[in-house]
Each structure stands twice: as structure tokens, then as C-alpha cells.
Design a protein around this ligand. Sequence first.
Ligand code: 15L
Length: 269
Amino acid sequence: MSGPVLLTGAVGRIGAVLRGGLPERGWAVRSLDVVPLPDPRPGEEHVVADVTDPAAMAEAVSGASAVVHLAGVSGESTWAAISHANIDGTHCVLEAARRAGVPRVVLASSNHATGFTPRPASGLLREDDGLARPDTFYGVSKVAVEALGALYADRYGLDVVCLRIGTAAAEPTTTRHLSTWLSPRDQVSLVDAALRAPSPGFAVVWGVSANTRGWWDLTAARALGYEPADDAEAYAAALVGVHGEPDLADPVHGRVGGEFTTADFDAEH
Ligand code: 15L
């Protein structure tokens, strides 16, 4: 594969993990963020740019073999902030990729695109079970991210893989995370699979580890080549010891989006 992978949002939590992990899997990385990289690695290209700036993005995608687009607001905020960073930003990234002939874009979606979806009475929840059911303005923006990805795949022939990420964190810190955790090494494995899968076309896949308590179906992600290595169950005894067993009647455990779906959730979270 020629040309680096352009990684937007490189200074963020997942960006930092991928900057370390993708080169170990053979990918050259061009890191982009609105702030300078505090710690560029040997051989790492780095760019300071805003993903909503078309001219800057046209330059940033030049010569890239793929884009992994993580940049944006990563939780609830005002509509103005969310729609600009996440929707306008994703449009700008996809448009720059299309114009430059970059064949593949991996988009960070989120479980919150479908946050109000209830836990099924039995079996696992597939990505295409039901309508988009966002739980916040943030969730709406991720529905739009997926829709923009579909448009650019169907109309322009780009390969676009949307990752509906659960909880990307160093380790689980709540009992919900026992179901939703995506470990650092599985973040790398998932993105590596999304970059490597032969001709995925348009795909939406859950992004979680192989959690014993997981209830989001990983069949589609595994079909891309994702092989999760971690299981949040290793943290279960400690977390359940402090917080008790999850009550599945509680929306925090009974809906995809957890606490984002509760009545008192707001942008302060
Ligand atoms: C997300 O999409 C957020 O970016 C992250 O901060 C967490 O809230 C995560 O979802 C989650 O659902 O745990």
C-alpha cells in the first residue's frame, strides 16, 4: 500500500493509541490535529489543520492511501459545536478524499447513533436492527457521519467503514463498560481490519472487545477481519464488588447508549 494513512484527531484518546499501534502493523501515519503533536514519533508526518477547512484538508489528504477520521466533538455539546465539527468536518474530509482519489475512509461513529435502541430480550444486537435512534445531538451527528459515508460509498465508489465505537478506554471503569469496552489493542486491530479488508464497500460495524457481557453482534466486524483479543470480564469482579451486578431494567444497562439516554443527562456530562 503506498502513501500514509491520514489520521485526523491524532492528539485525542483513540488517536494516541493508533499513532502507536498502526505503525506496528505496517502503516505509515500522517497525524493531523488542530493542535501540534506534543510527541511526534520518528518517521511520523504531522499536520496542524482543522478538518472543517477545505483547503487545508485538500492538502492534508494529498498522497494518502486512506483516511482514518476521528476528529470532532466526542461527547454531548451545543448543536452549533456538534454540527460544525462532526457533520461539516466529516463532509469536508470525505469531499477532500473523493477529490484526491483517496480510495478508503474509516469513520469514527459511535454507539450513541443508536443509543435509544433497547437491549434485545435474547440474542445479540446487529448494526442494522432497526432505525437510527440517536440519544443526543452527538448521536445525531454520528447518524449523519454514517449517512455521509454511505453517500460517498454509493455515489462515488469510496470504501467507507463506519466504526460504531463502544467505550474506547485503557480499562473499564463502570459496570456498563463490562459490555461496551473497546481495549487499546482492539482499537488498533479494528482500525487495521477496516483499512485492510478487501473491497468492503460501505460497512457499519460495532467497535467493542470480545466482552463476555457484550450484547452487540461482532459478526460484521469479524467479517472485515477484526479479531478482538480482550475481554472486559477480567475487570468484572472488581467493578461488581464496588457497584453491584448491573440491573438490566436500568436504562444505563438496558439501552445501547447507557447514561446518555437518561432524563437527567446533558452536555455537562
Ligand atoms: C462515545 O461515543 C464517547 O465519545 C465516549 O466519551 C463515551 O461516552 C462512549 O461513547 C461510551 O458510550 O461509553
